[in-house]
Ligand binder design. Sequence first.
Ligand SMILES: Cc1cc2nc3c(=O)[nH]c(=O)nc-3n(C[C@H](O)[C@H](O)[C@H](O)COP(=O)(O)OP(=O)(O)OC[C@H]3O[C@@H](n4cnc5c(N)ncnc54)[C@H](O)[C@@H]3O)c2cc1C
Length: 576
Amino acid sequence: MRNREQQVATSVLVIGTGGSGLRAGIELAENGTDVIVVGKRRKTDAHTTLAAGGINAALATMDPEDSWQQHAADTLSESYLLADPDTVRVVTEGASDSIRDLERFGMQFARESDGRISQRYFGAHTFRRTAFAGDYTGLELQRTLVARAERLRIPMLDSVYITKLLVRDGVIFGAFGFDVNDGTHYAIHADAIILASGGHTRIWRRTSSRRDENTGDSFRLALDAGERIRDPELVQFHPSGLIEPEDSAGTLVSEAARGEGGILRNALGERFMQRYDPRRMELSTRDRVALGAYTEIKEGRGTPRGGVWLDVSHLPRVQIMDRLPRVYQTVMELQLRDITTEPIEVAPTAHYSMGGVWVRSEDHSTDIEGLYVIGEASSGLHGANRLGGNSLIELLVYGKIAALAAARYSAALTAQQRSATAVSGARDEVLRLLGSAGKENVRFLQRAVRNTMTDYCGVVRDENGLRTGLSQIADIDSRVDDIAVHPDLTGYADLAHAFDLKASILAARATLECALERRETRGCHNRSDYPETNPALQVNLVWSGPGKITHEPVGVVPQQISDRMHDVSTAGKLAE
Ligand SMILES: Cc1cc2nc3c(=O)[nH]c(=O)nc-3n(C[C@H](O)[C@H](O)[C@H](O)COP(=O)(O)OP(=O)(O)OC[C@H]3O[C@@H](n4cnc5c(N)ncnc54)[C@H](O)[C@@H]3O)c2cc1C
């Protein structure tokens, strides 16, 4: 089968139509640089739309003592000392300007009666510094950015799946992909690429990501181009994801449910947080509650379907409808259950990739000339635990910085070296997969990856489990050559799933190998065989392919920031 091939050329190609990709695209267009933005799912429905709670910036609208330095100190403390201090400085210092840009684009923030942007507590912040738009902040952010990009007439192709970055002699010159609706091939030539293609949390069975998002594409595209992955094992698990329906397993039940007085019980009816944090109980930190729920389930005190109960039915109905409308709506829509009268069955769910593609802190450039990586695809800000509300601000700050760097790079380029061999290699890979008529089912193998990661690389890990996980992933990988891909009248989703599978396998391997290498417990990473934090492992793990891991030292925290680092109480503060 031979598909039509579309040749496209631009100065900067942005891969990803989520918050980070759109922010970069807008900066490029405003700067007068030619840009195309592509994505593999509808731009109005990118993963970013799911973000609920808010965006951090030390605007000091509520607490005048707040400062970017304190925001930096809180971020570094929460990271268990694995965040890159310079990245933290860039984000926290640039945060206020990014919020002002959003105001300029028309974002509707919640405001106080005198017009100030409202800010609330979120997670381990010293002050109220999370700006928000109800509990639909991500949706409003995405709406604002899409509207601004449309006004700037930025070409946005949101049905183009990128399968390969095109590189010649360590220099980027474009990307190859196909249209998920009609199969048209795309050979896109570009001086620079900004990769904004999200994280890898969909490789677990329960995840707050939806079907075809966060399948690890950023890892695969970057590694294949010669880039490296930093700290893939550092994945944040949220304590409460729905158990069913199966195809929505992991959908988030907001931490507001616990904040409002929700009670967690195991199948024996025990209020199990008594065992893990008797003082704070359900208001304990996210990693502790996730660990508690995980341990109850693992030790046989979970429900038959592998969950625990989160109960808000003792609260007044009016309080639930007023304070937890999204939770009520979600459970009603997905399960036809009324949380005002019955408990919710939940389990920990993979939520956020704190590691990602290796980047430089100054502009998120990489080892590949002309390649920049931003948003959840990148790494450096969060270390071993993400401060709630920091991912949206990161994608705005670095979206702008990387865009300007890419624009400068493109403007300074005197010639673009292309490679016909690289393009035909990318085309052949797509054609080979299209011609696959083996006996293995892609969906089944995807499911096998997710089962393996859930069973052996979840909230708590150990050497034996991780090794078993690695050997299962190797087995799944060996079956990929025998898959069947059947595009039909409904489109090329099957081909997209095959590439998703390849990416997921690679992301799983990176995660398992680094989880094995990190022989300690730190933040989100719990090793039952190494329960202590090991000061010698206060390093970032950098993965450059199977079996290749190096330890990268973490930068020194400047004294003006370290002086402000302290333990922050999280009581009554919530984080998504
Ligand atoms: C339920 C929930 C609540 C959250 N709440 C908050 C919050 O309150 N505050 C906060 O700071 N963070 C929050 N987060 C995290 C935050 O939403 C994400 O980290 C952020 O939106 C990621 O944005 P992004 O642009 O990096 O990636 P995404 O929004 O994931 O976008 C990735 C883009 O890349 C495209 N893509 C991927 N692969 C390919 C490919 N191969 N070819 C072409 N295109 C591709 C996708 O189609 C998409 O357009 C929350 C997350 C969830 C799930």
